[in-house]
Write a protein of this length. Structure first.
Length: 338
């Protein structure tokens, strides 16, 4: 089945939908580094994706009619700051709100299904009217829709990452749609990262694994104006510290704990307290926490790469929902024009 991905970022949602069975005719993303990440993985992994378009979604909306009636799914994660507490929750008054633009794309492309994701702030009561407005506009186009809050940890992602998902289809297809059931097999941070943390012989890796026996707090990638290569605000840093992780910055690849890691081991074999005695995570480790496979590459510096990781939609969640969309459609997929 054929998809268009809006605000594709580093490809988390696109990868998950690809694994579910969708092939991408076009991916639209405004950030240069994220576009290069999409191109890099498309080439290296032989994904066979179509157009990777660097540009404003508003500009794409003007020309998106060329894809009309040959797309099965329009998907995307429109910017979250309008509905995030960190972004002051200005909603429709925020110039970054791209829900209206996404709906214009849907109206022109006329896909068989729609999938949009955003932060849990959108599920607050203050935005009920806005969710209803979006659903009403989709209904006017012939789509029945539903919103649901999902926890990434329910789908094997070792992270607390709630996201609101909208799925819409024509009534005859939507009645066949069932939200995915939790997989119930989420690993801890310690289990997820143990092989990477221990690969240079750190003697405290086993003890660290036992300490990091929970899922991670939500990764925060930050924006171009705010946020750098660290693991989030003060509260998140405290949660990471409880897991035995120094969250104040990201590691370079040569900073993985070695045999003599900064005297972090006490004589009794336990880990010394203090962030300076705790391991840092590198980009590859955070990508695992986000649900990316190790073969997925990120273009750019450590800051640019981590920003892409932290802002991504976990691929396993997208795969779970995408698989259910395909199941609901249950007909021969449309062919994508060359």
């Amino acid at each position: 089945m054929i998809a268009i991905e809006m605000c594709a970022g580093a490809g988390g949602q696109a990868l998950g939908l690809h694994e579910a069975g969708f092939q991408h005719a076009a991916l639209i993303e405004i950030d240069h580094h994220a576009c290069e990440t999409l191109r890099l993985n498309n080439r290296q992994l032989g994904l066979g994706w179509g157009d990777i378009i660097q540009g404003d979604l508003k500009e794409f909306a003007k020309s998106s009619a060329e894809y009309a009636n040959r797309i099965d799914l329009v998907a995307g994660g429109v910017p979250c700051p309008p509905f995030s507490k960190a972004g002051q929750q200005l909603g429709h008054e925020d110039e970054r709100d791209l829900f209206p633009t996404a709906l214009r794309v849907v109206n022109k492309v006329k896909p068989r299904a729609v999938m949009l994701e955003n932060v849990p702030g959108l599920f607050e009561e203050k935005f009920r009217w806005y969710r209803d407005k979006i659903s009403s506009e989709l209904a006017a186009m012939g789509y029945e829709s539903e919103w649901k809050l999902h926890q990434a940890s329910d789908y094997g992602v070792p992270q607390l990452r709630p996201r609101v998902i909208l799925v819409a289809m024509p009534k005859e297809d939507f009645r066949n749609f069932i939200w995915p059931e939790p997989t119930g097999n989420t690993a801890t941070v310690g289990d997820t990262l143990y092989d990477l943390i221990s690969e240079r012989g750190w003697q405290g890796a086993d003890q660290w694994r036992e300490r990091a026996n929970k899922i991670a707090p939500t990764l925060v990638g930050g924006s171009k104006k705010h946020g750098g290569p660290d693991l989030g605000p003060t509260r998140a840093k405290r949660q990471w510290r409880e897991l035995g992780v120094n969250a104040h910055r990201l590691a370079n690849d040569d900073e993985i704990p070695g045999v003599d890691f900064r005297g972090a081991m006490k004589r009794d074999g336990s880990i010394q307290e203090g962030c300076e005695n705790m391991p840092l995570l590198n980009v590859r480790m955070t990508a695992r926490i986000q649900g990316f496979p190790d073969q997925w590459s990120f273009y750019g510096s450590k800051t640019h790469a981590y920003r892409q990781v932290g802002n991504a939609f976990p691929p396993p969640v997208a795969k779970a929902i995408g698989s259910q969309i395909i199941e609901a459609l249950r007909v021969k997929p449309k062919e994508c024009a060359a």
